[in-house]
Design a protein around this ligand. Structure first.
Ligand SMILES: [Zn+2]
Length: 373
């Protein structure tokens, strides 16, 4: 999936990618400020771009902290100068009732703008006390020649902008969550995206007559909507893949009567990070390599049954990959046993799922290029 973005590591388990639109923003600042200042200062333009970037990162951090930790594991966020686009957002677990999900969605969505607003206000007050000459209320609010003032207004601007119901901006997220109460996720997203594209057009047109920044913001909203729509297509692919196509059938198991030292010994000889625990023919729990290590370190040797996780979901082998993904993320577990008539026939782990998805995308690409050549 080409997204014009580059990987930039992980924060709180969320995979971060930076969209090349930030480069566009940099050029935009240089171009628009050049006629005003005569010779533009490239360093300051870069600093202003960095301010936008940092503000967007803080915005996304607030979202990540407001949501359940477990849902971060599988998330991938593309940072745009107007906020982040969460890929695989469909995968976010819908644990609990519809109203609970709705309330949670609204809370997570509002956390981002709230953080920017708070940062903007605090920075504004601090700056006006410490550096009164900065003139916070002089236009243009965002300009590279006044970085302190820009920092305040970029944050306040991000907060206000994200409240617009233009999906995938946060206001749009709330709107989509509202649609979700009555229609299915794919149609809810499509409806939200089409409303968003109208906003994007409006901004672009308005920018031509009012302020060129609006045109640029409209352009970024447009890109964000496109990214989101593509993620929906990917989601549909996940719905069509069945667990039996990608589950691990060759895997190690543990017994509840194994000691943790035995378990560690077995784990050393396996590539698996997570193990089903089997008594007789029955699944009685799951345990991760990390948990084994942690328990050994903290409490010393003991039995697997004392520390294993007894609450786990199973999936049928005919279930879709998307459904397994939801199960994995909703419980914050990293393994799902796959059963057929109560019998354990395979496992899906987060580790192998990521791998399988990559393989799946690659094999589809190969098939496509094979067709075209
Ligand atoms: Zn946001």
């Amino acid at each position: 999936m080409r997204s014009w973005s580059i990987p930039a590591g992980r924060i709180f388990g969320v995979q971060i990618r930076i969209h090349l639109a930030f480069l566009f923003l940099l050029f935009f600042i240089w171009l628009t400020e050049a006629p005003v200042h005569g010779t533009p200062n490239p360093g300051r333009g870069l600093a202003l771009t960095l301010i936008v970037f940092v503000s967007v990162v803080l915005h996304e951090l607030a979202h990540a902290l407001a949501g359940p930790r477990s849902s971060n594991v599988a998330r991938s966020v593309i940072l745009l100068p107007i906020g982040g686009v969460t890929l695989l957002s469909e995968m976010r677990p819908s644990s609990g009732s519809a109203t609970e999900t709705w309330a949670q969605e609204v809370r997570i969505a509002l956390a981002g703008p709230f953080a920017n607003l708070a940062i903007g206000l605090v920075a504004g007050i601090a700056i006006s006390l410490a550096e009164p000459h900065v003139q916070l209320f002089t236009k243009p609010y965002v300009i590279s020649s006044n970085l302190l003032r820009s920092f305040v207004w970029v944050n306040i601007g991000l907060a206000l902008l994200n409240l617009i119901p233009a999906y995938p901006l946060d206001g749009g997220r709330i709107l989509r969550a509202w649609f979700l109460r009555t229609i299915d996720p794919v149609r809810a997203t499509q409806r939200a995206v089409s409303i968003s594209q109208t906003f994007a057009m409006l901004f672009m047109l308005l920018g031509m007559i009012k302020n060129i920044w609006l045109t640029m913001i409209g352009f970024f909203i447009f890109i964000a909507g496109q990214l989101e729509e593509r993620s929906i297509v990917f989601q549909r692919v996940l719905e069509t893949v069945r667990l039996e196509d990608i589950m691990l059938t060759d895997f190690a198991t543990l017994s509840p009567a194994d000691t943790l030292e035995d378990a560690l010994e077995k784990a050393v000889h396996s590539l698996q990070d997570d193990f089903p625990v089997i008594r007789g023919g029955d699944m009685v729990g799951v345990i991760s390599k990390q948990k084994i290590l942690e328990s050994l370190r903290v409490e010393g040797n003991g039995y697997v049954q004392a520390v294993m996780n007894r609450i786990f979901d199973v999936a049928q082998k005919t279930e879709s990959l998307a459904s397994a993904f939801r199960k994995l993320t909703s419980r914050g577990v990293s393994i799902i046993p796959v059963v057929e008539d109560q019998r354990l026939v395979g496992i899906i782990t987060l580790q192998n799922l990521m791998h399988s998805m990559t393989l799946l995308v690659e094999s589809r690409k190969l098939r496509k290029s094979g067709l075209s050549s």
